[in-house]
Design a protein around this ligand. Structure first.
Ligand code: SF4
Length: 390
């Protein structure tokens, strides 16, 4: 069943949701179109609302097979009980990944590990679930730092399952660095699937996932090979963790107009694995905007807000001819938590934000900096533009 909830007092935004958990935030005008059946396939919202099964009021007696299957899948836990059980055996970890979502503790810290009594009680709790499928997943911190607890939990769960007879599976998310050969053999013998993160080439991985010796990528690659030699290729998976480093603000573009800056919105290049030697050409599309001689308060106010909250919204807007103010599409807002703020003089001739430079820019270069990278970048961009213009 579809429901509408007005989000602000003047009714400018309306939350539309359905029984499957899908939702969309619509402007008042789009919501009125929806209620009056005006959203046909040329309407800008049609594809999105259709994909989310929000076009139709969908009373249950008119659900399609697909809608019934979606509902059954999403609500299955209510009847079958929880199947995924996550064990955080320790919050300690030797990495300090920028995107870490747990309150990780230093490797030498105390008081951040699960006790054996809690581990045993947690296994007993898992077996209270009526679900046929039970997955025990070890996360951290770095669970390999307490592999003794991992062994204890796995062995206790297997013992309990001799009678309970669930479909029991194990998984572990780990950097792999601390797993010994014995640990890996235990993982193989007890079918513990391993999963790790590789965030691209060494430069990107080490920037996102620093460890004390700054060699996380090298150690992960070596550990992955070690693990695969024992568990087989299918026993270990490696995934990139995506970040949102796709918006840059470039300042100091021109010392003749010191408040000028540029905004570059591009693809998240760091998410794409590119083999430098495979001879492929990589293309990217970016949207750029130069702000020539604005009031310095504009950018400073934005940056103050970003530093205070750690977040901002990227929102599309259209300036219609003759209008005094733009139409802002708040329902399309994207919450962003990262921003690449860089001085123009640091841009190199391999920087993907190089295109923001104008041929006649005179970037501000701090005193004492000789051979600023931007000199090479400007030379390259001028050459490229000349070649393109011929
Ligand atoms: S390895 Fe995992 S737990 Fe450790 S800092 Fe990185 S994301 Fe956090």
């Amino acid at each position: 069943m579809r429901r509408s909830t007005t989000l602000d007092p003047d009714g400018r935004r309306v939350l539309v949701s359905n029984d499957f958990g899908d939702y969309a935030i619509l402007s008042a005008a789009d919501h009125a179109d929806l209620l009056t059946g005006q959203i046909y396939n040329v309407h800008p919202k049609h594809a999105d609302l259709e994909a989310r099964a929000l076009l139709d009021e969908s009373p249950r007696d008119r659900w399609s097979d697909l809608e019934r299957a979606a509902h059954a899948t999403r609500k299955a836990f209510a009847l079958e009980g929880p199947s995924l059980h996550i064990f955080v055996v320790t919050l300690r970890c030797d990495h300090s990944c920028h995107y870490c979502q747990v309150s990780r503790a230093a490797v030498g810290a105390s008081g951040f590990d699960m006790s054996e009594a809690d581990a045993d009680a947690a296994v007993d709790l898992v077996f209270q679930s009526p679900s046929n499928d039970l997955t025990i997943e070890f996360q951290g911190g770095e669970p390999a730092l307490r592999f003794d607890l991992v062994r204890r939990i796995v062995e206790r769960a297997e013992a309990r399952n001799l009678q309970a007879e669930h479909r029991l599976t194990f998984a572990m998310v780990s950097t792999l660095h601390h797993l010994t050969e014995d640990d890996l053999i235990f993982c193989r013998d007890h079918a513990i699937r391993l999963s790790t993160s590789i965030d691209g080439p060494a430069e990107w991985h080490d920037a996102h996932r620093p460890n004390p010796t700054r060699d996380s990528w090298e150690r992960t690659i070596a550990a992955l090979a070690r693990a695969r030699a024992i568990l087989g290729d299918d026993g270990v998976s490696a995934l990139p963790t995506l970040t949102r480093r796709s918006m840059a603000i470039v300042t100091g573009l021109n010392k003749i107009a010191p408040a000028s800056y540029g905004v570059v919105i591009g693809v998240n290049f760091a998410n794409q694995l590119v083999d430098e030697d495979d001879g492929k050409m990589v293309m990217m599309v970016s949207r750029m905007q130069r702000m020539e001689n604005p009031s310095p308060q504009n950018l400073n106010g934005f940056l103050d807000g970003y530093r205070a909250t750690g977040a901002y919204f990227l929102v599309p807007a259209v300036m219609r001819p003759g209008a005094a103010e733009p139409d802002v599409f708040e329902d399309l807002a994207i919450l962003k938590r990262s921003l690449d703020l860089k001085a123009a003089w640091t841009i190199t001739d391999n920087d993907m934000d190089m295109s923001i430079l104008s041929d006649d820019d005179h970037p501000f270069v701090p005193d004492g900096v000789e051979d600023a990278p931007v000199i090479g970048a400007l030379a390259r961009i001028r050459e490229l533009r000349q070649t393109r213009g011929q």
